[in-house]
Design a protein around this ligand. Sequence first.
Ligand SMILES: [Zn+2]
Ligand SMILES: [Zn+2]
Length: 411
Amino acid sequence: MPDAGALLDAAGAVVPDALTPLFPPARRDALVALRRDLHRHPELAFAESRTADALERALAALRPVSIDRVAGTGIVARFRGRDPQAPVVAVRGDIDALPIHENTGLPFASVNDGVMHACGHDVHASWAVGAAHLLAERPALGDVLVVLQPAEETGAGAAAILATGALDGVAAIFGAHVDRRFAVGEVVAQPGPLAAAADTFTIALLGRGAHGARPHESADPVVGAAALVSALQTIVSRRVNPAIPAVVTVATLHAGTAPNVIAERATLGGTLRAVDPATRALLAAEVRRVAEGIAAAHGLTATVDIALGPPPIVNPEQPAAWARTAAESLLGAAAVVPLGITNMGGEDFAYYMERIPGCFLRIGAREAGGAPIAAHTPQFHAAEASLFVGAAVLAETARVASAALAAGVRA
Ligand SMILES: [Zn+2]
Ligand SMILES: [Zn+2]
């Protein structure tokens, strides 16, 4: 396990030079304390009650014109703009943790055994509060809604917030994710695909059980499942245009109860990822076709269930330009970097963008000399300085978008 002191230095609550005027020591310390408190007490999707209490207290202290609990553990706080008639913009941070046992060695590591902020949502929640600090001090033209969203990891939180109507009338929405592939101070704010659709498939292969010594009396779903796992690999390699990103992952495979019993049933489960609607539909149709075909070839029947998850995030041009302008004005043109390879992760911010124009950003979270640790691993942590970058960029993006929308620019 790494040395806690060294890690804390590396995680470092140092405000990047360009942002020091925005985060005087009292504000900096309050945000760092909030982030560490959230990190120490992670809670799973829709169970973020302590988290929501802490966030509500932090936001209420900034005197929003309204603050409401929505969708159980969600919060929407409205910060007054300079012109009450100007379009309303929203800034969203997600707040839930993951069922992972933390192994970062951080001095503020999780005290909730088996639960961990392994996706950086402790930072996302804190930078939404940080953005609220900055917007309370220097308001946007229009009102800004600061949205703290539960249950991103289950894909259910954004839809739950939308269903409450709390975001009705919002003209643009912005959010971001920490990313240790990028150094602190680097920001991805670009048009095009930022996250993939994440659909889930379950395939049940039903055959005929038999004694393990009498396979000719069976219709063996284990042999069929083995063939099916291989056949599913041909969807991406033979059916999808090789220039277009797509993923078919078989992640679970269950069958059988004893070494001398041929099972009656096998079940397979996995995830489908695509960044465009046509490929998304193709993957689902092909999983169904291949499963039914392989099942028939083995004398089995296949039942295929495809549960749609978040759609892809494809940032439109104008909101991405506003985010880029904001990031450049705070951090300089060199700070805005390309995403590079397509991100095939899913993100439920996509549900907002089905209804509201917006932009999703990646905020660099790797400290100097640090490794690009993957999210959803026991070692993941975001460099603390990313807290200030996210807060400042989201607040300034809200200001830029608010002014442009009021001037008649269409999102
Ligand atoms: Zn995650
Ligand atoms: Zn996440």
